[in-house]
Ligand binder design. Sequence first.
Ligand code: ZN
Length: 203
Amino acid sequence: MKIICIGRNYAEHIKELSNERPKDPVVFIKPDSAVLPKEQDFYIPEFSEDIHYEVEVLIRIKKVGKHIDPKFAHKYYDEIGLGIDFTARDLQAALKEKGLPWEKAKGFDGAAVIGKWVPKTEFKDLKNLHFTLKKNDSVVQDGNTAQMLWPIDELIGYVSTFFTLKKGDVLFTGTPAGVGRVSPNDYLSGSLEGKELLRIKIK
Ligand code: ZN
């Protein structure tokens, strides 16, 4: 199973990190070892002083596909979820500055939190899904898939021109504004259309 992630898919988040708006989606991969085991706490790794949460809408791929036409992309997934793309922002900034790959900052153990899956038929419009992340008791990220620069089906089309998608692969579709640091004893809880799909404790 692979985890394909999209960066810079929400204009307000591009602004908060002073990044350029990309011509094409920014794509990176996390290894399967990055998945935080279910019910496990997230431990801040010793190599970073600045771990950020990024809440994202997730798509679970249900069959093999390559060069998928966005018109038919909906046939390749039945489930929607919510996850956290944990990022060692200090390490990422140092790598970015040198023009080096981000993998160490995004693909470390535990850096991919995958919440509960929901059948897509439970939602009226995938282009209008409201989601939030709470840190302790305050909402820190509040997004809607309507704000994506590239909607879900276009992302699937785009990434499948480079990578064959396989059953069980997970697509992280990018984060809205409001990313920030976690500290020991914080807890994070993510909700999609008002339903809590993930809750984790930081250690
Ligand atoms: Zn992200």
